[in-house]
Design a protein around this ligand. Sequence first.
Ligand code: FUB
Length: 328
Amino acid sequence: MSEITKPHQPIVTHIFTADPSAHVFEDRIYIYPSHDLDHDGPVNDNGDQYKMEDYHVLSMADMNSPVTDHGEALHVKDVPWASSQMWAPDAAYRKGIYYLFFPARDHDGIFRIGVATSSSPTGPFKPEEQYIQGSFSIDPAVFVDDDEQAYMFFGGLWGGQLEKWQTGSYVELAEGPAPDAPAIGPKVTKLSEDMLSMASEPLEISIVDQEGNPLTAGDEDRRYFEGPWMHKYNGKYYLSYSTGTTHKLVYAIGDNPMGPFTFQGTILPPVMGWTTHHSIVQFREKWYLFYHDCSLSGGVDYKRCVKFAELTYNPDGTIRMIDPYPEK
Ligand code: FUB
């Protein structure tokens, strides 16, 4: 158990953690992060340095309480279809069952998204034999709307292989669009009642600027890269994500969870490290951003640590930008 929980500080220091998906279940905060491992292997644009093999669930009673590490909740060796690289997960609850959604490479090296279930938010989670049919790429984020319909958002460029699926099937050598062409958007699908399969074909989400023009692939300050998250505030849908190469967390607002979304601005400017990845959650009356940086390892990009900060809105519903290092 960690001693303290403070904004902008690592929430645990005994393991390296990243990609936090935070949820509130029965008035307790649960965080589903990636579990970064130390190694001497290659570091490259394919993301080989992110060698994760398992998931730990963390939880805290409130924002000032110690954090409990509930131990290993799922290991890649227990997932029949997966071979390596357990990247950013998410969790959901429906009708007495907790679901862990996670990407990993299959036995052909192709990223797929799997699901595992438990009667407890802390696991252990039992994986399905096969990955979710029709799934590909990385970074699942599951959002259950007020009408109980669940949606899964996913996709990531470069190591996350999203460029390779532009035709609907996997093309190993496919590249992204030209800089002046519309950017590749995140994917969204409705999930079935039992949350174990897709209830609709994945659709590409359109993110447009304030004039209604699609963001272009060369607009690296604003276009989608990876790490989608969906939350609802005052009846509007907020799609937030990482811009990857420009290292920001940004957001867009829409009237429908499947889009289109209009770009708004930056939630978090770049932090220490290449990747940036987040979730947004309401706990009691306040909203919080969970994110990561590499400060715990002194800047080693694949040894990251989860942090949080309060997130606030302007009266018009826009999000106030957060300073990740307010004490510097
Ligand atoms: O942690 C591995 C990958 O790095 C995640 O899937 C991405 O979102 C990025 O954070």
